[in-house]
Design a protein around this ligand. Structure first.
Ligand code: 4G0
Length: 224
């Protein structure tokens, strides 16, 4: 998969996109990424990318022209172009699975008070990572990239991949424990030492259901 970020702040990306899992995906040749800056496509001498809203009001808007040129410079036949905006559909595990099957994502990061409304024709879809406003779409874009990249076949070790499906299936993961066997007087559940894999699997399924009911009852409601 290739991911192009359209952003006025390309300096924000390497620390996240070249760390940990993303680095692994890149090293294995499963993921490439790059940034394209609309400012490089602004044709006036000040490289202007924002302007004041017609009709008045506070703040600035991103101009259509530099954004369109930046997107066009990376767009291919099979690209999917996505705007990160508080006005988009909420991103979730199911969306991540769908996007992980694309060969090229163009993630467009808005800034200021938003974009000229007419730029909507540039996007295949609009996504939000939650009902709150940030100073820019960069963090949402990297969040989407991380969540999608770990689902690209070969990026995760196989066992982990199934864990992610459990969220898509509407349940939290089962609780897990590592050494020491007792911590602050709290013991690891006895069944996990039984060596009985069938019993352990049953315990985990039940524990996942209980954890979901306690921490995220809304997920169980939605599954009905
Ligand atoms: C476009 C996404 C981009 C429009 C982006 C703001 C939160 C999210 C931006 C606006 C963002 C999110 C209309 C304020 C940049 N903030 N929740 N900020 N408007 O995914």
């Amino acid at each position: 998969m290739k991911i192009d970020f359209v952003t006025l702040f390309p300096g924000m990306f390497p620390s996240v996109m070249d760390a940990s899992m993303m680095a692994r995906a890149k090293d294995k040749g499963l993921l490439q990424w790059a940034c394209v800056n609309p400012r490089d496509f602004a044709e006036d001498k000040h490289h202007k990318v924002d302007d004041r809203p017609y009709g008045g009001g506070p703040g600035m808007l991103m101009m259509a022209e530099p954004l369109e040129k930046a997107i066009k410079s990376v767009k291919k036949k099979k690209s999917r172009t996505i705007l990160l905006t508080p006005q988009g559909k909420t991103f979730d595990a199911k969306t991540a699975v769908r996007l992980s099957k694309e060969e090229h994502l163009i993630l467009v990061c808005g800034h200021y008070e938003g974009l000229d409304e007419r730029t909507e024709v540039l996007f295949d879809e609009e996504l939000s990572v939650g009902d709150f406003v940030l100073t820019g779409g960069e963090l949402p874009a990297m969040l989407v990239a991380d969540s999608v990249a770990r689902l690209v076949p070969g990026v995760l070790k196989k066992e982990d991949a199934t864990a992610s499906e459990s969220f898509a299936a509407g349940l939290l993961d089962f609780p897990q424990y590592t050494r020491p066997r007792v911590w602050r007087g709290r013991e690891v559940p006895e069944v996990l030492f039984s060596g009985d894999h069938k019993k352990i699997a049953e315990w985990r399924q039940d524990a996942a259901r209980k954890a979901t009911k306690k921490k995220r009852p809304d997920l169980l409601e939605r599954a009905k």
